[in-house]
Design a protein around this ligand. Structure first.
Ligand SMILES: C[S@@+](CC[C@H](N)C(=O)[O-])C[C@H]1O[C@@H](n2cnc3c(N)ncnc32)[C@H](O)[C@@H]1O
Length: 412
């Protein structure tokens, strides 16, 4: 039925197998079903214009569309991201699936996994993307997959109830229609942005006294192009000192006055070290999530390398957890320990209250180390906006337009 991979260049087969082998070794692919489909479907045929090497690079997306301001709008997601989300979705034969964000490739994987092309609908807001997806799917024999052009934050025409919704675009909120379209035991896998940090969260639908909510089963670090359309949510950017050298990006709760930090860099930088260390290469995404929830003015700092005058010196110029308190800001950085074996977290603060604010960010890092380090990721629940406080379980609640998202940390 499908295009045979026996007629493809031997190099494509070799690279695809190497890619899958790598993802198995890294424990991204864990199920035989996902392994089989990723070995079977010719990824390079859906990543037009990419070299075979780029198409099969395990951790790299192939960008297919970039907007006027350089923002990436569409891509064939990286094999690692596709495998990770397919594993999170736990698909079974016969499941009915809605994929949000098309490209063709992932829809082909979904059809192979559920065993029935007619059970798969893929939707994209961009007609150029759906045209290409339709063409590529047809060319490779997946004619039964339904491809729809629509804003997926709105009801999809003629879509009945589905068992799984797999969202392959970065969402800031959960539009109510996603929950309405899910069957009673439905699953939703979505790259969800919470306070500027994106996690691919697998949710299970749970019926409760107020109708229902979503409970997370897994949550993993990821990055995605942002959602467009009626549910688009743009971050707010504040420029420190009024110049583009240092930008602070707020997902919510940005200071109303964009010039609040214009004078912050006129006072000397305060530097504190926390004594909290991690082994080199040890992941610490839980610390970022802890800071995002614990610090009221949490934001993400980036430094333009072309304009960098050294006012700030984070370890990672593109992305550092940061926070603002009035006219003062601080960011978290790292330095190598004297034996070069570990990295220690530190806090740099600038502004009139730099001393006090640095201390409170240091306390937050130490609280993570004491209370949450080594614990599983926070449990995430999504309730409809308007759910009363006493029906919302969790340590902290993030308010969105359609939902109240609660997070709670299991004990370490
Ligand atoms: C990362 S790409 C999808 C990748 C694809 N699933 C694959 O096979 O690799 C994300 C897509 O989401 C689409 N998108 C953005 N906002 C959307 C919306 N509101 N409704 C539907 N699609 C949307 C973009 O046009 C883009 O093509």
């Amino acid at each position: 039925m499908k295009t045979s991979t026996t007629t493809e260049p031997p190099e494509a087969t070799r690279l695809r197998d190497a890619c899958v082998d790598q993802l198995k070794a890294d424990e991204v692919i864990v199920s035989p079903a996902v392994e089989t489909v990723m070995r079977r479907v010719p990824r390079h045929a859906f990543a037009l214009h990419a070299s075979l090497g780029d198409a099969y690079s395990p951790y790299a997306a192939v960008i297919t569309k970039t907007g006027e301001n350089g923002v990436q709008l569409s891509s064939v997601s990286a094999p690692q991201i596709q495998a990770m989300m397919l594993e999170q979705a736990q698909l079974k034969r016969g499941d009915r699936v809605l994929e949000i964000g098309s490209g063709g490739l992932n829809a082909a994987y979904l059809a192979e996994l559920v065993g029935e092309e007619a059970n798969v609908t893929t939707v994209d807001i961009d007609p150029e993307v759906t045209d290409r997806a339709r063409r590529l799917l047809d060319a490779h024999g997946y004619t039964g997959i339904r491809v729809v052009t629509a804003d997926a934050a709105e009801p999809i025409p003629e879509l009945g109830e589905v068992d799984v919704i797999l969202v392959t675009v970065g969402a800031w909120d959960i539009p109510p229609v996603w929950i309405d379209q899910l069957g009673p035991a439905g699953r939703l896998v979505v790259p969800l942005r919470m306070r500027g940090l994106t996690r691919s969260v697998a949710f299970q639908r749970v019926i409760d006294a107020h109708g229902g909510h979503l409970e997370s089963t897994t949550s993993l670090v990821c990055g995605f192009v942002p959602m467009q359309g009626s549910d688009q949510h743009d971050e707010t950017q504040i420029l420190v000192n009024g110049t583009p050298e240092i930008a602070l990006r707020f997902d919510d709760g940005a200071p109303a006055d964009p010039h609040l930090l214009d004078n912050a860099v006129r006072t000397p930088r305060v530097e504190r070290w926390t004594g909290v260390t991690v082994a080199l290469g040890e992941p610490f995404s839980g610390l970022q999530m802890h800071l995002a929830i614990d610090l009221p003015g949490f934001c993400v700092m980036s430094v333009d390398p072309q304009l960098d005058t050294g006012l700030v010196s984070p370890r990672h110029k593109g992305f550092s957890p940061a926070a603002v308190d009035g006219d003062t800001f601080a960011y978290v950085t790292t330095r190598r320990t004297p034996d070069e074996q570990r990295a220690e977290f530190g806090v740099h603060a600038l502004g009139p209250n730099a001393d006090t604010f640095a201390d409170s960010v240091v306390s937050s890092v130490r609280a993570w180390d004491r209370e949450h380090r080594g614990a599983p990721d926070p449990h995430i629940r999504v309730y409809p906006a308007g759910t009363p406080d006493d029906a919302v379980f969790g340590d902290r609640v993030i308010e969105k337009r359609h939902s109240r998202i609660s997070l709670s940390w299991p004990p370490a």
